[in-house]
Design a protein around this ligand. Sequence first.
Ligand code: ADP
Ligand code: MG
Length: 560
Amino acid sequence: MQEKGTISIHTENIFPIIKKFLYSDHEIFLRELVSNAVDATQKIKRLALSGQYTGELGDLRVEVAFDEDKKTITISDNGLGMTAEEIKKYINQIAFSGAAEFVEKFKDSKDANEIIGRFGLGFYSAFMVADQVEIETLSYQEGATPAHWTCDGSTEFEITEGSLAERGTEITLHINKDGEEFLSKHRLQEILDKYCKFLPVPIKFGTTTQEEEDGVDEEGKTKYKSVETDNIINDTNPIWTKAPAELKDEDYLNFYKQLYPFSEDPLFWIHLNVDYPFNLTGVLYFPKLKNDFEMQRNKIKLYSRQVFITDEVKDIVPEFLMLLHGVIDSPDIPLNVSRSFLQADSNVKKINSYITKKVAEKLADLFKNDRKAFEDKWSDIGLFVKYGAISDDKFYDKAKDFVLLTNTKKENFTLPEYKEKVAPEQTDKDGKLVYIYTNDPDKQDAFIQSANKKGYDVLLMNSPIDNHFIGHIEHKLENTSFKRVDADVADKLIAKEDAPEHILTEEQSTKVKAVFEKAINRAAYKVQLESLNPEEMPVTVTMDEFMRRMKEMAAMGGGM
Ligand code: ADP
Ligand code: MG
């Protein structure tokens, strides 16, 4: 048997274009070839299960090997194999037409760089690193003969009788000059770790030596011998593929360590598991926040059927959850499209809101089941919750039951609790509730003390997000306004009945006030007499809020 032919594509010079586009992402060839080998293995398993294949399955595994001298990389499997007809159908036509389509679609596109990493070029991506590719394969089918296919990266291929004696496929890449970096144990191991670490079929890459006990010597000491064992690079059953009921806390923590070896333990996690209307599994972890938020972003890894795709999940995970860590796996996220398309994709939208909903439910559970633990974690999770409440109305609707307000005494209240606490004291003349807050407890300490003394509570709102958060809930809560403690807010509240009385008469006060005002002699400042008890703060001098801002701007170089 021998046959020569021409691969049917329109674009004669397809390879140079693909190579140029894919320049920065050559390493994905290995992901594609190994996942094809895994697919072939899963297929023979299914055929055996359904009784369509009755032969021995054998020890199912994929093997990656390389030969530095011959400059080859080989990926072999004992999956279902292919007949010569199937090679023509699947490799020549489909793979190449896919590539042709890719070029047609994107050759003029500015989007190309975004698409590259997501575009499963499949088998064809081998030509990014090889100038010749060979396939040796033997189909599982009764009476199949082995086939050999070779192609030098032009549009010409050749099929001859092959030499494989066992079921399966062996793909050999003759690595080109550009691809020589891949003829290294270290580099291949690195790529396998990145993309193939959780594939469902064992992947062997070389061997490792291990010390094993080997009886005892004459003095009774244990003897050891070195044993070569297969180096299996992957964990075929990562926790996100298991049922939550099978797993213990320890399993989740160990997996976290596996993903982020030098990190502190996470605060808690959420196991995602849905199969309708889309397929999604995964585990998301809430990390302990560090000051350096940027370092902690983009830590979620996206997988598709256990193959690593990217850690750019911006469009799939809601923006406010981008600081979460972990893994999501979904075969329903389109991989071969540009970002703008992804944002508009209906599955991606559904996944996005599913994740939001799950996170809200988990937080609500934590709050309900162990409020103390929830409060202990609030300094870490508060940021997510507030950010989520601002950016997503559906999330706010759930979060309004567990979002906490913290006062300067470090007491936490839910929104209803806080309302109940301050309603009797903190109402202004129009009957509006006034929530007093500080955004700088050190600088504003005098005002805080003064407000507390009058029986008013002061909320701590000094995280980077609090200004936006205040703006948002002020709008959501009815009949409530937020006032910063250093504005003359306390004056406008209806006085508490048992507020400490002034020692001075009205007349005396006016006089003392005048003395201060004269000494300061600036209209921008406002003098308030609090109490003339020498242990307390008798007088506060404040600057009008508007003037204060102007000053600040001037100080910042605003040229005022
Ligand atoms: P995809 O994997 O998306 O179908 P590929 O270009 O990666 O596209 O592969 C094309 C086809 O070639 C596969 O669908 C499969 O039928 C066949 N194929 C590739 N590699 C193997 C293999 N190792 N064993 C059996 N069939 C394979
Ligand atoms: Mg493939």
